[in-house]
Design a protein around this ligand. Sequence first.
Ligand SMILES: [Zn+2]
Length: 139
Amino acid sequence: MNWLGRREVVVENGDTLMKSNANDSEAEAEKILELMYAQGKAQFGNAVKSFWLYTDDLCPGCMARPIDKMKYKGKDALSINGFMYRPRGVLIGYFLCDTCANHIFKEAAKNPFKQTPLHADIERNLADAYHRYMASLDA
Ligand SMILES: [Zn+2]
């Protein structure tokens, strides 16, 4: 089950057009996407053509543990990660399970600008998930 449902935001000429499914009680998803929009534009500028939120149940870091949904409910705990998938110009938002999030947090404290091996796994899993999603739209 997807807690946010599937959403995709397409950015055109600075406007945000939201294509959504029938789920309408998803203010949190919209807030997250607004955050991503602001952060992505600040960081990547016009390289960002669209956003996609990873909403599968399993953490994209380990693909083993579920993402702890409760932790997004409190606003201090809201911490979205973004991965710029440059071949498609899509900024992919995702959450991690506690274990992976803590691992990355600790590594970042030691080496702030170093990608961890876990990042490579996350990015590969996110790219795979994005391709699966795009393929499902064509079906
Ligand atoms: Zn994990």
